[in-house]
Ligand binder design. Structure first.
Ligand code: VGL
Ligand code: ZN
Length: 244
């Protein structure tokens, strides 16, 4: 019995070892290959790298400043670069200060659905709405401003929160023959996630460069955003996979 068990253990060990190596090979096969290098059909969308989303700003994203050098470098690989700018008027519908008794990060119901209320941020023409001073992408061709409709927010660079109004970005990208967008910037779980998902909805391939983003992560919003992006077919990638 003892002997038999020992033999079995020996066999089991061999099986375990071979299973481990098979598993390793399978993991290597299953590992998503890095996206092909950027070419003429690719655009980088740099989302909301604005002072108010940087530590010290009105709606600071933790470590938001760290994306700036990563994005500056990455942008050199892309023939097309779009910058987005959150651009609200004073008294905007997404500001807690617009509702007596409401505080930032509470949720209200607006005609188009639930709206998270934010501290006043990215008010048109203010220093908080300006791009981070170190953001350096001189070849960026387009700046898309969003959230300027007083009664409708817009996390997405494509479609406002009413899910109807368009910013025009879709048509511009298509006019340039762009088929794939790489998204980065602030914040991963709001404006980056919505932009990437709408890109898929509008027929583009979409990649999010994770280390070129930072998140707000409000009540699990980051995990939910990655789930939703995966479901929409957004590829999760890192700047290390993109040759500059
Ligand atoms: C954003 C909240 C409110 C963002 C913009 O850029 O992710 N988040 N406005
Ligand atoms: Zn905003």
């Amino acid at each position: 019995m003892m002997r038999r068990r020992r033999v079995l253990a020996g066999v089991g060990g061999a099986v375990a070892a071979s299973t481990a190596s098979t598993k390793k090979a399978a993991a290597q096969r299953a590992r998503p290959s890095p996206p092909p290098p950027p070419g003429p059909g690719d655009a980088l969308i740099v989302v909301d790298v604005q002072n108010d989303f940087i530590p010290g700003g009105a709606l600071a994203v933790p470590r938001g400043d760290e994306v700036v050098p990563v994005i500056n470098h990455l942008a050199k690989a892309f023939p097309w670069v779009v910058l987005t700018q959150d651009w609200h008027g004073p008294g905007h519908a997404s500001f807690a200060s617009s509702y007596p008794g409401k505080k930032p990060f509470e949720v209200v119901k607006l005609p188009y659905g639930n709206q998270v209320l934010w501290p006043d941020h990215c008010v048109q023409g203010t220093e908080g709405a300006a791009f981070h001073r170190d953001l350096a992408i001189p070849h960026a061709q387009l700046v898309i401003r969003k959230g300027y409709n007083p009664s409708v927010d817009s996390y997405s660079a494509f479609i406002e929160a009413d899910r109807k109004s368009r910013t025009g970005l879709d048509a511009w990208l298509k006019a340039q023959g762009i088929k794939r967008v790489f998204c980065c910037g602030l914040a991963t779980d709001f404006c980056v996630a919505w932009t990437a998902q709408d890109a898929r909805k509008l027929g583009f391939q979409a990649v999010v460069i994770e280390d070129a983003c930072r998140a707000i992560d409000l009540d699990g919003s980051l995990a939910r955003a990655w789930e939703a992006m995966a479901k929409a077919g957004v590829v999760r990638s890192s700047s290390a996979t993109i040759a500059v």
